[in-house]
Design a protein around this ligand. Structure first.
Ligand code: G3P
Ligand code: CA
Length: 242
């Protein structure tokens, strides 16, 4: 089985992260899938954005969950990477799913939160997913095990992934206890021992965020299920050569 090429926040190495432009460019570059981050807006809509605040990526300021979708989408994303591209705005999850519907792309939705869960984000995401016929092509991931537990409870057929900063037998055991389908291993924890351990629990493995050519080659050789990268074009070239 070929290792899947998953574009981290879209083709974020060259286009503004988590925008419809970055997703389109990842698709054009031949990615097998897209990883994106989801948070809740003030008016209870799932929006695609990585940070807790909009400060790093827009000219505005404030927390995502203290702004409505209308307010969020009135502030353009600043784009230091490609000045010749159309102005981008923070997309909603619904806008993304409408775009991806009908395309042969896997989507990894990461649920973002701090220790406390944001109000009903997992329920909101599950309810949006039910409106689209995409369940087969989705993975819901989170560092927060409560999200994984609740998603599996509300929609047991959805595939889930526990994100791990470090890999121990205890963390793999937790993923197994949660009935997660995958662990998502940080690049530094990717080694044959951890892969063997996870496989021993019947877990699938994706790794993040792998960008350098040598690291991509190594991860590709190790035979994980998927590699999450800012540069899907690099991985595509490596896979064509190997
Ligand atoms: O899903 C893997 C990776 O995206 C997790 O870290 O901070 O890039 O969302 P971050
Ligand atoms: Ca992410």
């Amino acid at each position: 089985m070929r290792t899947l090429n998953l574009a981290h926040r879209g083709f974020s190495g060259r286009y503004p992260e988590n925008t419809l432009l970055a997703f389109e460019k990842a698709y054009e570059a031949g990615a097998d899938g897209i990883e994106l981050d989801v948070r809740m807006s003030k008016d209870g809509q799932a929006v695609i954005f990585h940070d807790e605040t909009i400060d790093r990526l827009t000219s505005g300021t404030g927390k995502v969950n203290e702004l409505t979708v209308k307010e969020l989408q009135a502030i353009p994303i600043t784009n230091p990477l490609q000045s010749d591209q159309k102005q981008q705005y923070i997309p909603t999850l619904k806008e993304y799913l409408s775009w991806v519907q009908g395309k042969a792309l896997l989507t990894n939705i990461e649920l973002k939160s701090k220790d406390e869960l944001e109000d009903g984000l997992e329920m909101q995401v599950v309810s949006i997913i039910r409106q689209f016929d995409l369940e087969e092509n989705l993975i819901i991931s989170s560092f927060n095990s409560k999200y994984i537990q609740r998603v599996k409870h509300f929609m047991p057929s959805l595939k889930t992934a526990l994100l791990l900063h470090s890999c121990t037998e205890k963390s793999i055991q937790l993923a197994d206890d949660l009935n997660a389908d995958y662990i998502h291993l940080k690049k530094g924890s990717l080694n044959p021992r951890n892969i063997l351990m996870a496989k021993g629990f019947g877990l699938l493995i994706n790794t993040w965020t792998v960008n350098e050519v040598d690291d991509l080659k190594t991860a590709n050789r190790l035979g994980v299920n998927g590699i999450i990268t800012d540069y899907p074009d690099r991985l595509k070239t490596i896979q064509a050569d190997q």
